[in-house]
Write a protein that binds this ligand. Sequence first.
Ligand code: GAR
Length: 208
Amino acid sequence: MLKVVVCVSGGGTNLQAIIDSIAAGKITNTEIIGVISNNYGVKSIERAEKAGIPAFVLSPKDYSERSEFNKAFLDKVKELDPDLVVLAGFLVRIPEEFVKEYSNRIVNIHPSLIPSFCGVGYYGLKVHEKALERGVKITGATVHFVNEGMDEGPIIAQKPVAVEDGDTPEILQRRVMEQAEWVILPKAIDDIANGRIKVSGTKVISAF
Ligand code: GAR
């Protein structure tokens, strides 16, 4: 059984997609053992509690130094002792010591086709604003392992989504979530839980 901790910052629709996929048997051999939010009062916490999953809030605002928050965060994860950490709309930069400790055991969902529209400053709605500004006709989402770089780890899965005339960032964000994120993130977790994913250097090899 793959023990998973999901880290969130806001709405938690990706968290919900994981919860629903486990309930529907689309993700197997997997249990969410905890949800950690860096923000108080977000919908993600409600979603976790409704599903009977322990939820914790660790906010940088409660610490005078960023390094103290980073330590508290890593300590909390270690205490929960997961096999896999899923960043599902977690908009906090993951500290290097965390990445080292959980090498190839942290996955992130990003709302673009990496290497487009990713890296510093590209998160949440901003990603879709930039994609629309650039006028791309295809965007999408990516699930990848987290390494020391920003959105640079080995890519597990990607799914393209069409940009349509009249799209606003909000409309495009919703389409990318529905057609790509809520599909590829649960599938990636199921693939990991069932031993279908291997990392080889900077790449992921899927064994089916
Ligand atoms: C999602 O679109 C996710 O891909 C994005 O934040 C949103 C969170 O929504 N993540 C990033 O931009 C990471 N760089 P959710 O809370 O409803 O899952």
